[in-house]
Design a protein around this ligand. Structure first.
Ligand code: PEP
Ligand code: MN
Length: 281
């Protein structure tokens, strides 16, 4: 077959059926996946507190960054290896699957030892040596779209990972840089149906980094699910004003549960029970 696309393995032409990625009891690509947690790993006490709270309400995937790619070198840079140790505690004590970011090849093995899903952040989407390196590990990869990347560039980044040997890539749209000044980034909703047409890889949405402010997160999440997103990744904090990073865009746990209730009406019937399972009470 002659293919003229700059990406091939991730295209629907090469693989018409959806990629399905099993993690614990969730099949990403088939089941709706809700990933929630704080922006950065914080103290053992606060991280475990939030993780246990989210877990008690049915959240199965906990996110938090130990290595943080911050725009300013003066901002909190993450706890590093200590943060990974705290995430290992979360996993041990709650059984939740862990989603955490890798920033460089030097720390990849350490991150991969703890993470059920290894995140490549927006700033590293075009780091081809990192993409090739995560192509050689067995963990599923959450590949965020770069803030100024076209969809073709994003799919080519995914192609690097799959071509290097790792077929389990989850795409994550997190907003792109536009002329707008009213929120942090512009969530590209059209990316959802467009990517689903072009690629068999699952696509999830991070409305938190798109919005940049907590009051916009729930409406963006609703829009994403209505447009066919196969999951959400949301920043949550029980005390946002004391968060080490991105507190302004964090939902309170109660707001996340309200969000889950609101999105359930946009989901296929098979996913509704998952959403209601997660509601308190
Ligand atoms: C994050 O998920 O905390 C993060 C740094 O996001 P992004 O790479 O999308 O900016
Ligand atoms: Mn963040």
């Amino acid at each position: 077959m002659t293919i003229f696309k700059p990406y091939q393995l991730v295209s629907r032409e090469v693989q018409p059926q959806d990629t399905l990625i099993s993690i614990q009891n969730t099949v990403i690509g088939r089941d709706f996946v809700m990933i929630a947690g704080m922006c950065s790993v914080e103290t053992e006490e606060t991280t475990l507190y939030l993780a246990k709270l989210l877990h008690s309400y049915g959240i199965k995937f906990f996110r938090a960054g130990a290595f943080k790619p911050r725009t300013s070198p003066y901002s909190f840079q993450g706890l590093g290896i200590k943060g990974l140790e705290i995430l290992a505690q979360v996993k041990q004590q709650t059984g939740m699957a862990i989603v955490t970011e890798v920033m460089d090849t030097e720390t990849l093995q350490d991150v991969a030892a703890v993470a059920d899903i290894v995140q490549i952040g927006a700033r590293n989407m075009s780091n081809t040596s990192l993409l090739k390196a995560v192509g050689k590990i067995n963990n599923p990869i959450l590949l965020k779209r770069g803030a100024a990347a076209t969809i073709d560039e994003w799919l080519m980044a995914a192609e690097y990972i799959v071509l290097s040997g790792n077929p389990n890539v989850i795409l994550c749209e997190r907003g792109i840089r536009t002329f707008n000044e009213h929120c942090r980034n512009t969530l590209d909703i059209a990316a959802i149906p467009y990517v689903k047409e072009k690629s068999h890889l699952p696509i999830i949405i991070d409305p938190s980094h798109a919005a940049g402010q907590s009051n916009l997160v729930t409406p963006l999440a609703r829009a994403a699910v209505a447009a066919g997103a196969q999951g959400l990744m949301i920043e949550v904090h029980h005390c946002p004003e004391q968060a080490y990073s991105d507190g302004q865009q964090a939902l309170l746990p109660a707001q996340l549960f309200e969000l889950q209730k609101q999105i359930s009406c946009f989901m296929p019937a098979s996913c509704e029970s998952l959403a209601s399972e997660a509601l308190p009470g």
